[in-house]
Design a binder for this molecule. Structure first.
Ligand code: FNR
Length: 383
């Protein structure tokens, strides 16, 4: 039976699986090694319980808030996801348009397909820009310059990828290999999805890293781009480099990929405006704690005055509420928006965000809270 009215992130995942070549679906869906952390991110949200409160006046509930100084319809932003433009025609532009319509920020990855100007023009508002530190600091400066010129004022600097985590599904599907054998394997998976070939491979060109076209020597082949980026990840970066980054960037700086209280203190001391508690969606070091589990110690270490966002395993408006009850100011979502994009394009992302907005508002009402800033630990049920 076709799924006429997708209602959950899981429904969109189901549709994405039907529409994408296998190696692309698994690239989104998978995590590092045995995927323990990937599973824990979701399960630890599910294990948290909320207090139901009644007979409080919840006739006026307001889900609006500010994230990185920006007015938002709810405490949620779309996380940076590399290659999202492979999942739907000009994918980042479509998703950014849906995010703008829903009143939430969209974050464009360094390794997105659509260039920043295209995303900005599509959405009518600048995205947040995510940066990986590259060995070529001139290339970093050029990227930051382009982001600033496009109107971006929030930089998300990702610190948990000195190298790419071991993603076994990508190995198995030939996504992580080059050469004719891997090419044939991917081609067989592509041929099984002719709709994707029509919609994305043919109508969605160019499928290159749109923000890096000036930096990458040698043509417009995605393989060449990937090889260049892999060689460019700078594993020597330390907190001292934040001082350099601060000189290059006059806007807000959010540091993404902190999971440890000690690192959280160092990040605040380095001059970050906020932190994103993240284990990269379980795609880097397997068997690190879920973000839900890591958050309380980080809140305690840096205090509520530091803007703390969290991502990893957020799968509903109720999970958003739980993250805030644990002390986050907001959440980012990765896989859910990409599944919705693959399954239904801009309308799919819009539908997912509208459902979550409603679910989050209902959670506020039934927990007896009328303002986002009043969501507190006392709304969690003691286990
Ligand atoms: C990511 N993530 C990521 N993060 C980042 O800073 N830059 C990037 O380019 C990417 N690329 C990327 C690709 C894919 C396919 C996934 C699933 C994730 C991590 C992402 O921003 C976010 O931290 C996680 O996706 C959050 O976990 P959930 O919401 O996917 O469970």
């Amino acid at each position: 039976m076709p799924l006429a009215y997708p209602a959950t992130a899981a429904d969109w995942r189901h549709l994405a699986r039907q529409r994408l070549p296998r190696f692309l679906f698994d690239y989104i869906d998978g995590g590092a090694s045995a995927e323990h952390t990937l599973a824990a991110n979701v399960q630890d949200f599910a294990a948290l319980q909320l207090r139901q409160r009644v007979m409080l006046d919840v006739s006026q509930v307001d889900s609006r808030c500010q994230l990185a100084g920006q007015d938002c319809a709810m405490p949620l932003a779309l996380a940076p996801v590399g290659l999202a433009g492979m999942m739907a025609r000009r994918g980042e532009a479509q998703a950014a348009r849906a995010a703008a319509a829903a009143g939430v920020p969209f974050t464009l990855s360094t390794v997105g397909i659509c260039p920043i100007d295209e995303v900005r023009a599509a959405a009518g508002t600048p995205p947040w820009f995510q940066l990986y530190m590259l060995r070529d600091r001139g290339a970093v400066q050029a990227l930051l310059h382009k982001a600033w010129a496009a109107g971006c004022r929030t930089l998300v600097f990702t610190v948990d990828l000195p190298t790419t985590g071991p993603r076994q599904r990508d190995l198995r599907n030939g996504m992580a290999h080059s050469g004719p054998r891997a090419g044939l394997l991917r081609a067989s998976q592509i041929l099984a999805r002719p709709g994707w070939v029509r919609r994305v491979a043919l109508a969605g060109k160019p499928l290159t890293f749109g923000n890096l076209t000036e930096q990458v020597p040698g043509g417009h082949d995605l393989g060449a781009f990937k090889a260049w980026v892999d060689a460019q990840f700078d594993a020597s970066v330390t907190w001292r480099d934040i001082a350099w980054l601060r000189q290059q960037w006059q806007g807000r700086l959010l540091i993404k990929g902190v999971l440890d209280a000690e690192d959280a203190r160092a990040a605040v001391a380095s001059g970050a405006d906020g932190l994103i508690v993240s284990n990269h969606g379980g795609r880097q070091l397997d068997s690190v704690p879920s973000t839900v589990r890591a958050l309380p110690a980080i809140v305690q270490a840096v205090g509520r005055q530091t803007e703390l966002l969290l991502d990893g395993g957020v799968r509903s408006g109720v999970d958003m509420f739980k993250a805030l009850a644990l002390g986050a100011h907001g959440v980012l979502i990765g896989r859910p928006w990409v599944w919705a994009l693959a399954g239904g394009g801009e309308a799919g992302v819009g539908s997912l965000l509208a459902l979550w907005q409603r679910e989050f508002t209902v959670a506020m009402m039934l927990a007896g809270v009328t303002r986002v800033q009043d969501i507190r630990q006392q709304q969690l049920a003691a286990l």
